[in-house]
Design a protein around this ligand. Structure first.
Ligand SMILES: Cc1cc2nc3c(=O)[nH]c(=O)nc-3n(C[C@H](O)[C@H](O)[C@H](O)COP(=O)(O)OP(=O)(O)OC[C@H]3O[C@@H](n4cnc5c(N)ncnc54)[C@H](O)[C@@H]3O)c2cc1C
Length: 439
């Protein structure tokens, strides 16, 4: 498989130290070792692939899921657990310009629907996900950013049909959100969860419905009607490629240069004591992020461990991984100095996925009848990946999904520079860093 990051990125190095490993016992399933047939073959067993598998199996389809590693090995099993709105990096104005006002509304409604879909699945499948937080809180990292948040608040009702809560700096301490922040905006949609518990629930539900999941079964080549793995070929009426940020350039050649993997790193502390929480003035169980372009995301989990993550890191390898983890620890300690002595017990990283159009894609692979794909949630795939799987299941069944925003169905454009497109990122990150540092 030809990939755009060094091989290290696709091994276990970045994943070692993941807190979620300690919370759910995972079992490795056998690899596909023979030729076989099914209605729908799914490549990639993250939220997208598993949600597609589940919704297809509920429709009565015979489904096979193949993962190059193991189910949940990719971004889905190692993210921050924010089940939230999002999925695109485009502003309202940009969406209105590029698509239309109506298309933007359709898209925003789908973001909300995606969160509700996760909630429905968790409830209907009785998955205990260590849920907390009433929506998500965005914290201004500078006074000007708070002014922008206040302006943004006006569009929240229009976009999502809910009233946001705007908190001036003077009220942060009483909300248990003390830190270097200049105000906050809470949107009451979304919640925090243990992503591995959510995955585990999806996997079990798939297995109950007869879905066959094969680990260590990389798709080497996808054509209309066949998926070839090292030890067997799957023949299927429909094929769903759900490899997202972990895609390769050659498994499904159409994907080449249409996705941009980007690194994100997370740390988790030991449980904080009541006294430590009081010292910092942090008692909120809201999931939070700041207004930086290279944003920090953080939440106090139900077991009182603090999860803190950030995007960035342009290089990959053992040294770069160590440096990325150290940078996140430094940022955590500078944002919450009273916790400087608190041990960081876990750290890991993984790939999120961006698209050139700054919106996700879900739909057919042009020129390949019976092959579908969905990817690029811009770091917000817990809900959007689940929705995309739901939409893919409808499309693979020959039906229009009951929600299918045109924003997501426009074929993803290619990035310039082909397999060397990572070179586009340093100047973008430098610009973001500069902008974040401006007063
Ligand atoms: C550190 C980090 C923090 C994040 N935090 C959040 C968050 O808090 N909230 C949020 O909403 N989103 C978050 N995200 C993003 C979110 O995790 C992803 O958008 C989502 O998990 C993508 O799901 P997926 O199923 O599309 O892809 P993945 O979960 O990446 O699954 C792709 C799978 O495809 C497999 N694969 C690849 N190639 C092949 C092949 N040729 N054959 C077979 N299998 C193959 C891989 O092994 C992998 O398991 C985060 C991501 C990271 C990395």
């Amino acid at each position: 498989m030809t990939r755009i990051f060094p091989q290290y990125t696709y091994g276990n190095g970045p994943r070692d130290g993941c807190w979620w490993d300690e919370t759910v016992k995972t079992s490795v399933r056998p690899a596909l070792a023979r030729d076989t047939k099914c209605d729908v073959a799914i490549v990639g067993a993250g939220f997208t692939g598993l949600s597609a598998a589940l919704h297809l199996a509920q429709r009565g389809a015979k489904v096979i899921v193949l993962d190059a590693n193991s189910a949940g090995w990719g971004a889905s099993g190692r993210n921050g657990g924010f089940c939230c709105l999002g999925g695109s990096m485009s502003s309202d104005a940009a969406l209105d310009r590029q698509y239309s006002h109506a298309a933007r509304h359709e898209w925003r409604k789908t973001e909300r629907f995606a969160v509700e879909l996760v909630e429905t699945l968790i409830n209907s499948l009785s998955i205990d996900v260590d849920r907390h937080s009433h929506g998500e809180t965005c914290l201004a990292h500078k006074p000007r950013a708070f002014e922008q948040l206040k302006e943004e608040a006006a569009s929240i009702y229009e976009n999502y049909g809910v009233e946001p809560d705007v908190l001036p700096p003077s009220e942060l301490a009483s909300a248990g959100l003390s830190g270097p922040f200049h105000g906050a905006l809470t949107i009451p949609i979304g919640f925090g969860l243990n992503p591995r518990k959510y995955l585990d629930g999806l996997i079990k539900a798939c297995l109950r419905l007869g879905v066959a999941i094969y680990d260590n079964s990389p798709a080497l080549n996808v054509t209309s009607g066949t998926v070839k793995t090292p030890e067997g070929v799957v023949r299927a009426e429909q094929i769903v490629v759900a490899t997202n940020g972990y895609s390769s350039e050659d498994t499904l050649p159409w994907m080449a240069a249409r996705y941009m993997p980007a690194q994100s790193t997370v740390i988790v502390t030991r449980p904080l004591t009541a006294a430590e929480l009081q010292d910092q003035g942090w008692s909120s169980d809201q999931m939070c992020y700041d207004t930086r372009h290279l944003l920090h995301y953080f939440r106090l989990m139900p077991d009182r461990r603090f999860l803190f993550g950030m995007r960035g890191g342009l290089l990959s390898g053992p040294k770069a991984e160590k440096a990325a983890r150290s940078k996140v620890v430094r940022d955590f300690r500078s944002m919450f100095p009273t916790w400087s002595h608190v041990d960081v017990t876990h750290a890991w990283s993984g790939l999120v996925c961006l698209s050139r159009d700054r919106v996700p894609y879900v739909g057919p692979v042009p020129g390949m009848p019976g092959v579908l794909t969905g990817f690029a949630y811009h770091g917000n795939g817990v809900a959007m990946g689940t929705y995309t799987g739901y939409a893919l299941a409808a499309l693979a069944s020959g039906q229009e999904p009951d929600r299918y925003p045109s924003v997501m169905s426009n074929a993803a454009s290619r990035f310039p520079l082909g397999r060397f497109r990572r070179l586009l990122m340093p100047p973008v990150y430098a610009g973001f860093g500069l902008n974040d540092a401006l007063p």
